[in-house]
Design a protein around this ligand. Structure first.
Ligand SMILES: Nc1ncnc2c1ncn2[C@@H]1O[C@H](COP(=O)(O)OP(=O)(O)O)[C@@H](O)[C@H]1O
Ligand SMILES: O=C(OP(=O)(O)O)[C@H](O)COP(=O)(O)O
Length: 395
């Protein structure tokens, strides 16, 4: 298998599938460029090896051609980050892309327009994949965030590069980080699962159960668990159809000798608002009309202790409504505890859109071991599913 470190890029054109699916505001400015920064080492590696680079990505979920989802919005930012004037092809296939790719010289970078302007991308159309493949001499897959999609540019294109395909550094880093957590982990291993709902986390919790020593459950999920044990949760978020699953998870934890840590106290509010009235109460004694929106002191103390004594940590999902400052304390405390553990030598992996947003909000991304660029892809990989973008390279 080829690797990015052993391949000779000299005089070659590399088409790199990146995940530049970044959030844009109403002025089309990038509000979080994590995925762009993550892709730079791979691009630079090819350029330093005297190759040229053709970048391809999707942005959003457009239905056909739609200006709002044009990758032209990221050209200037990418150029600044790379220190290279990035050229832009306003169609990812067709004559102009072909000519621009053919004319690309060593050290130059061409960005293709949004692949999803063509339905063929998501359909995994082979003829479309071939048109992309024909632009280059080799294919690098570095789009971890999209590795769970069997699309033309993430998987199907592989067949046109039987010898000349490889992972980029993002893919290599993401895969080895998950391996460090799930395969060669130093103990104790702690998973912190937060976020809104049990339903979106059941599969991952079940996968982690036989592997972890500690499972911390936080966020909106808490109240489904508390209700399943007969507690009063007032107006808190709950999934009544998941009460049985919650009980099952509690039982599985016992059977697997996993120490499951739930909140003991909650910061409750009389409204889902930053300006609501708040008070602290026992997590199973929440008055009617009040809702739990964050963990409180006693819980924070418990969670911190477990995290700071861990050698390997996986964090997915905030433990409170951290978007509102009033309810951000618990999530900030988790982030701080992970940083403390990491400073003491633990390996920490943060993944999932909102926990990454939280770690960035507190400027702590550089103080943990690895921040994943994948949401759904990371969860599927941890769940043990084969990702098409990975299989396309490993075969
Ligand atoms: N107690 C709570 N009640 C309601 N929503 C919550 C609560 N705690 C956390 N959340 C919300 O959960 C959302 C994140 O959920 P989710 O998408 O599952 O996480 P992630 O993106 O990290 O996987 C955040 O927007 C957060 O505000
Ligand atoms: O942002 C992405 O996924 P994520 O929201 O799970 O992190 C990827 O770019 C994949 O996008 P998609 O879910 O539209 O295929």
């Amino acid at each position: 298998m080829q690797t990015i470190d052993s391949y000779n890029f000299s005089g070659k054109k590399a088409i790199i599938r990146v995940d530049f699916n970044v959030p844009l505001n109403d002025q089309f400015e990038i509000t979080d460029d994590t995925r762009i920064r993550a892709a730079l080492p791979t691009i630079k590696k090819v350029l330093e090896g005297n190759g040229s680079v053709i970048l391809m990505s999707h942005l959003g979920r457009p239905k056909g051609v739609d200006e709002k989802f044009s990758l032209k919005h990221i050209v200037s930012h990418l150029s600044a980050k790379l220190g290279v004037d990035v050229k832009f092809a306003d169609d990812c296939i067709g004559e102009s892309a072909k000519t621009m790719a053919a004319e690309l010289k060593e050290g130059e970078v061409l960005l293709l327009e949004n692949l999803r302007f063509y339905g063929e991308e998501k359909a995994g159309d082979e003829a479309f994949a071939k048109k992309l493949a024909d632009l280059a001499d080799l294919w690098i897959n570095d789009a971890f965030g999209t590795a769970h999609r069997a699309h033309a540019s993430t998987a199907v294109i592989a067949k046109f590069f039987p010898e000349d395909k490889m992972f980029g550094y993002v893919m290599e880093g993401e895969l080895s980080s998950v391996d460090k957590v799930l395969k060669d982990s130093k103990r104790p291993l702690t998973a912190i699962m937060g976020g809104a709902k049990v339903s979106s986390k059941i599969d991952i919790i079940k996968t982690l159960m036989p592997k972890v020593d500690h499972l911390i459950i936080g966020g909106g999920m808490t109240y489904t668990f508390v209700k399943s044990m007969g507690g009063n949760i007032g107006n808190s978020l709950v999934e009544d159809d998941k009460l049985d699953i919650a009980r099952e998870i509690l039982k599985e934890a016992e059977e697997n000798n996993v120490k499951l840590h739930l909140a003991v106290d909650a910061l409750v509010a009389d409204d889902f608002s930053n300006d609501a009235n708040t008070k602290v109460c026992n997590v199973s004694e929440i008055p009617a009309d009040w809702m739990g929106l964050d963990v409180a002191e006693e819980t924070i103390k418990n969670f911190k202790k477990v995290i700071e004594e861990s050698e390997t940590i996986l964090w997915n999902g905030p433990v409170g409504v951290f978007e509102m400052d009033t309810f951000a304390k618990g999530t900030k405390a988790i982030a701080d505890a992970i940083v403390t553990a990491t400073e003491k030598g633990a390996f920490s992996l943060i993944g999932g859109g909102d926990s990454v947003a939280a770690i960035n909000k507190y400027n702590l991304a550089d103080k943990v071991s690895y921040v994943s660029t994948g949401g759904g892809a990371l969860l599927e990989y941890i769940e043990g599913k084969e990702l098409p973008g990975v299989a396309a390279i490993r075969g």
